[in-house]
Design a protein around this ligand. Structure first.
Ligand code: ATP
Ligand code: MG
Length: 139
């Protein structure tokens, strides 16, 4: 089934000029970038986006990191895009990520792990709506 998922190229990656290299991995995996914008995330946006992790010990650090430099927010489209992109990203901890995945190639640590991808179709819809209007997505 054709799906859309939400992706963020995180500050550790934009800082190292890795946007193009990460986009190449995404496109080579058969996912189409149907919307993309470089933004500076506000504290309020980051807090809301990671609200599910509010009680975790790393929440404050995560919000600080996500607002520390620009990010690139994206909508990716393709067959089974949600699961496909999770596969392309690799495990949260780069030490456990499979060869060829974005996190294996580029992530610096479990916290500074280069990319975000939605973990379910339902969350993909919620996350896309947080950052994009319908007419900004051109499939
Ligand atoms: P994401 O939601 O960013 O796609 P994920 O679904 O693989 O990543 P989550 O468990 O949802 O991982 O954690 C969200 C983010 O919180 C991680 O991507 C990482 O940046 C940060 N994080 C997770 N675990 C830790 C940890 N133990 N220490 C520091 N940061 C962490
Ligand atoms: Mg997650």
């Amino acid at each position: 089934m054709t799906e859309r998922t939400f992706s963020i190229i995180k500050p550790d990656a934009t800082r190292r000029n890795l946007t193009g290299k990460i986009n190449a991995v995404i496109e080579d995996a058969g996912l189409r970038i149907v919307a993309q914008r470089r933004i500076r995330m506000s504290k309020a946006q980051a807090e809301k986006f990671y609200e599910v992790h509010k009680e975790r010990p790393f929440y404050g650090e995560l919000v600080d990191f996500m607002t520390s430099a620009p990010v690139v927010v994206q909508v990716l489209e393709g067959p089974n895009a949600v699961a496909k992109y999770r596969e392309v990203m690799g495990a949260t901890n780069p030490a456990q990520a499979a060869d060829g995945t974005i996190r294996k190639l580029y992530a610096e640590s479990v916290g500074e792990n280069s990319v975000h991808g939605s973990d379910s179709l339902e969350n993909a819809g919620i996350e896309i709506a947080q950052f994009f209007k319908d007419d900004e997505i051109v499939g």
